[in-house]
Structures are given as structure tokens and as C-alpha cells.
Ligand binder design. Sequence first.
Ligand code: GMT
Length: 375
Amino acid sequence: MKIGIVCYPTYGGSGVIATELGKALAKQGHIVHFITYSQPVRLDAFAENIFYHEVSVIDYPLFEYPPYELMLTGKMVDVAKYHQLDLLHVHYAIPHASAAWHARMILEKENIRLPFVTTLHGTDITLLGQDRDLEPVINFAIDNSDAVTCVSQWLKKETLKYFKVNKEIKVIPNFINLKNYGPDGETQTLRKQYVRNEKILVHVSNFRPVKRVADAVRVFELIRKKIPAKLILVGDGPDMPKVTALCRALKVCDDIIITGMVRQVEKLLAIGDLFLLPSEEESFGLAALEAMASGVPVIATGSGGIPEVIEHEVCGLLNRTGDIAGMAKNALHILQNEKMLARYRKNARKRAEHFAAEKILPYYFRIYKELMDRG
Ligand code: GMT
């Protein structure tokens, strides 16, 4: 098959999933064309059957807002025609599914068939979907996709709550390449660079308000009052100034390591004892799954699709959003008992196995085949 993949290429779970999916398809011998505005961050491996097409946006003085969606549509049409794509898989309804629909219409006029699969990842539904002007556009894009998937049962329910869609939505949870996670020969050396005998807590995100990174800092402050500990904050984003100011105000800067964006997140996860995910809402929480695959239990909020990923009292503990004291108490409950920590670690890795790439990917491949067979 020749497949076009469209995603947000920057740091974020949807880009990671799209990229890993493309790499897995390429490994099976399919030809994969990524169409994005910059090279996806996890597209690190060279393969002769993976191609990357950059969408560049025209800079014309008349355009106060560059027409990205139209440029993307044009690029989809061009790649589909020239490389004879069999189908497109777009991640995010806006603008990707809308652009794919537009591209499909243009190609139809030339008797070229280009079906497309849309995967909903969360914020396109939960945040953008609440916008009155975008709602009909998202609704249309979902209903006019050839197949629609989403990453959790919770997200499917939310989609059906906010949109009047008739299209069947299949739930395909996110997946993980287990072999890329967990301690390796360098883990102990790396750990020693950060701590002596302190416990390590890790948080990874894009520091958007929905992630509530400030809560992670406050939870850490309470933990550190009881046990020696360090917090590693990985990532960057709009809330970074607020988070830095809070660290200073709480006088915990000496015990908080802010790494900024890191490509090899798995290296830092492997040295962690506990992962903090205090999000307001997560449709899935891929960062938690990455932690679990590394053998790191998770203290999280039980919001959105998180309970579908983290089994409460098995591989992590869940609290209400904003329950800082509760999250700190639960973290200490695990960290202060070595036997329990070891059990939670083991369970975390085991739970991650439910989401192993080789188990989940066939669901996507089946959808592709169905679309091809419909041809
Ligand atoms: O959470 C973000 O800010 C990024 C966003 C994305 O586009 O990657 O994440 C969404 O998709 C991920 C992959 O499916 C999910 O793991 C995240 O839970 C979801 N984020 C939210 O629902 C807030």
C-alpha cells in the first residue's frame, strides 16, 4: 500500500502515534509519505520507503493569516497524484480531516480515488469542538471521513455528546513499542548524574494549561517535605514561565530539574521512580503509557480516558483533578514502601503490554484493508 500520513509534527502524543504508525507500516513493506509542516520529531530512523513532504505556507502581504489548510490540501493532492497514494490517514479533525476532504473532492474530479481515515486525539473534540464556529466544520469532517477512529472510549462518548455525527467511530487505543522503553546499560550512570539517594519523580508534557504542571510542582513540594526527592520536568510550552515562577516562590528550584524539550524521553523515564500526570483532562495520556512501559508507576488524575490506561491501585493511583494533597499522599504511599514500589513498577510494565504495538496496529491495518477492498 502507499499511504499518506498527516499529523502535527511537534512534541505531542498524536504526532508520536502517527509517526510510529508510519514507521511500523514501512517496516511491513508499505510506502509511507508524511505530509506535515516540519519533520515529525520521532521520524528519526532512515528507511528507503519513508518520505517526508513539507507543507510550506505562502508568504504574501495580502494574507494577514496564511492559508495553511489550503496549502496542505494542495500538497495532499500533489503527493496523492504523483506518488499514487492508495489512502490518507489524518490525525486531528481540524484542519487535517477538512483538508483531506477537500483534497478528495479535487481528485474525484480527475477520477482519482483517495479515501481517508481520521483519528481523533482529544483536543480537536474537547477544546476546539466547543467553539461554535468550528463545531459544524468538525462535524462535517468527521461525517465525511471514510473511516473514523478515536483513542479511548471516553473520547468516543465526548464526541457523540458534542457532535451530531452519524459516522461509526471505532476506538483504537494508543500503542507503544515496548522494546524502546525500560532501563538499559546507561540507566544507572544517568541516574547517578541526577541523584544520590533521592527518589526521582518525572513529568513530561507540552506545558499547556490542561496539563496543570503547577500541580505537579505543588505535589512535589509536599513529597519533598517528607522524603529526599527530585522532580524532573521535561518539555516546554505556554505555562513554563508560571511553573518557573512557582518553583522559585516555593523555594524548590534546587530539587527541580527543568530539561526543556528532550528527544530521547525514554532515557529520562527509565531513571524515574514515579510519574506525575495531574492533567485537567486527557483523552488517553500517552505520556503515562510511556512511563508505564519504562516500569514507572503513575500518580494521575482520574479524568477523561486516563482510567482506561492506568489501573487504579495496580500500576498507579488516581485522584480528583486539583487534589494536590491527595496526589502527594498517594505518591508517598508508594515511594515510602520499597516492596510496594517494586510491585507497582512490575505491574506498570505489565499493564503497558496491553498496549503493545503488535497488538494494536492490526486494528488500523484492518481498517486500511477494508477501505482498499471497498475501492
Ligand atoms: O495533550 C496535548 O496537549 C497534545 C495532544 C496531541 O495532539 O498529541 O494530546 C492528545 O492526543 C494524545 C495522543 O492520542 C493523547 O495521549 C492525549 O491524552 C491527548 N491530549 C488531551 O486530551 C489533552
